[in-house]
Ligand binder design. Structure first.
Ligand code: F6P
Length: 367
């Protein structure tokens, strides 16, 4: 049996744990009497590598040695190159988006792949599911720091990202209190507020703004004035990149023109907020935590989750249980239909326990 594995979308800590677990599971499985031998083929740079077919190589124990603690992905990744909408240069030099998905199936056949393990977020797993509809045998593994995938309680990468954000808040706090300042920290998460909510709660933020709870500027200002009135000399505001005011818009990076096939990029809400709060007459600094949240060493939780997801995905593949995604449900590793997992986003419940706890300890959501 031959199984391909690729990592797609934005990288995140824990991807290497998955790759390692799949390769090591294959070695253990193949060495067990009565089992057929399974070879793992690593596909580089996400679906780009499968479309071109040029970057596919066998993975053995030596390839995964020492990678458990490494962030990123040894296979590389890409958040462009959707094979169903692939940027190609036309004869007149313009870029056209073309459906080249058949190439993926052809490459799998050429390399005699019986199945493909796809490690990715909603975009990458939607592509995997589509390829499954066209006849490919696929298994999905959910990854994203955003934690916004449905059907799983948690994705790996999230824990590390939140820890980075909490550490940043701890550091911002000491400088904020020394200078009597307000610090506004923008975190990732795309259209979900999970990172902001968890980091804000664990990092002692005084206000948290998330996309799921559009904020009123005046409510936020009143909260900060109230705090100042009670003698608070500093204020920590965590704002998710997808946060928006009631009736307002998302804030995007100015250069979203980008290249064809690229996703729009959120960014800049912290700076806008800083300007909007200037009449509070509190010295304010803003910070975009950015890709620091995605890089570096995975936490123990993300190594564990990556490893258990990897072994579970391998099991699904050898059992021929295709078009499924491994997941966490009730704290146990389970699997669900891939189509179900990519059908909706998992968003923060504004009436849920975590938001209630945050409100109870005096954190404002600006609403
Ligand atoms: O989906 C993961 C994520 O890190 C989002 O939180 C963020 O909006 C986006 O990717 C950033 O993408 P890029 O790496 O293309 O800047």
């Amino acid at each position: 049996m031959r199984l391909g594995i690729l990592t797609g979308g934005g990288d995140c800590p824990g991807l290497n744990a998955v790759i390692r677990a799949v390769v090591r599971s294959a070695v253990t499985w193949s060495g067990t009497p009565g089992h057929e031998s399974v070879q793992i083929l690593g596909i580089e740079d996400g679906f780009d590598g499968l479309v071109s077919g040029k970057r596919i190589r066998p993975l053995g124990l030596g390839d995964v040695q020492g990678i458990l603690s490494r962030g990123g992905t040894i296979l590389g990744t890409s958040n462009r190159g959707n094979p169903f909408s692939y940027p190609m240069t036309a004869d007149d030099g313009t870029i056209e988006l073309v459906d080249v998905s058949q190439r993926c199936l052809d490459r799998m056949a050429e390399h005699e792949m019986d199945g493909l393990i796809v490690v990715g977020g909603d975009g990458t797993l939607s592509i995997a599911h589509e390829l499954g509809n066209r006849g490919a045998n696929v298994v999905g593994v959910p990854k994203t720091i955003d934690n916004d995938l449905a059907s799983t309680e948690v994705t790996f990468g999230f824990d590390t990202a939140v820890n980075v954000a909490v550490d940043a808040l701890d550091r911002l706090k000491t400088t904020a209190e020394s200078h009597d300042r307000m610090m506004i920290m923008e975190v990732m998460g795309r259209y979900a507020g999970w990172i902001a909510l968890h980091a804000g709660l664990a990092g002692g933020a005084h206000a948290i703004l998330i996309p799921e709870i559009p904020f009123e500027l005046e409510t936020l200002k009143a909260h900060i004035r109230r705090r100042a009135g009670h003698g608070a000399n500093h204020h920590l505001v965590v704002v998710a990149e997808g946060a928006l005011p009631v009736g307002g818009q998302y804030t995007y990076e100015a250069d979203i023109s980008a290249s064809a096939g690229a996703l729009e990029r959120l960014g800049g809400v912290a700076a806008n907020l800083g300007h909007a709060l200037s009449d509070l007459a509190i010295e304010t600094r803003t910070l975009v935590l950015g890709h620091l949240q995605r890089g570096g060493t995975p936490t123990y939780r993300d190594r564990m989750l990556g490893t258990t997801f990897g072994t579970a995905a391998f099991e699904l593949a050898v059992e021929g249980r295709w078009d499924r995604m491994v997941c966490v449900q009730g704290s146990a590793i389970r699997d669900v239909p891939l189509g179900e997992a990519v059908s909706e986003q998992k968003l923060v419940d504004p009436d849920g326990d975590t938001v209630a706890a945050a409100r109870a300890v005096g954190i404002s959501f600006g609403a």
